[in-house]
Design a protein. Sequence first.
Length: 105
Amino acid sequence: MSSPQYRARLQALASFLVSVMPEDWAEAVLQADFPSRISTRLAVRYIPTGGAEELGVDYDDDILYDFAEAAEAVRAELISAGNPKCRGFLFRLTKDGRSSLDVDY
């Protein structure tokens, strides 16, 4: 998708993701699931520089609400762009700026 709203929502999500990454991250991974209309589940992991295994990321609860809100905004854009059965997505971001988003139906 190339809409300005989608790009802005994805940039906001990427900013939250980068803000919780440890210093040695090479690739950030966010799994966002939406099991119900009022529930959002996030799992944040990363691959360290020179590593191959994904590691979990701990972050403060005070950012959780904003993080979930950013993920929900991306999902809303996906739904409005013709993905009405979107149940979640996997967002990957590398330190050099490459990203991918896989939608779960």
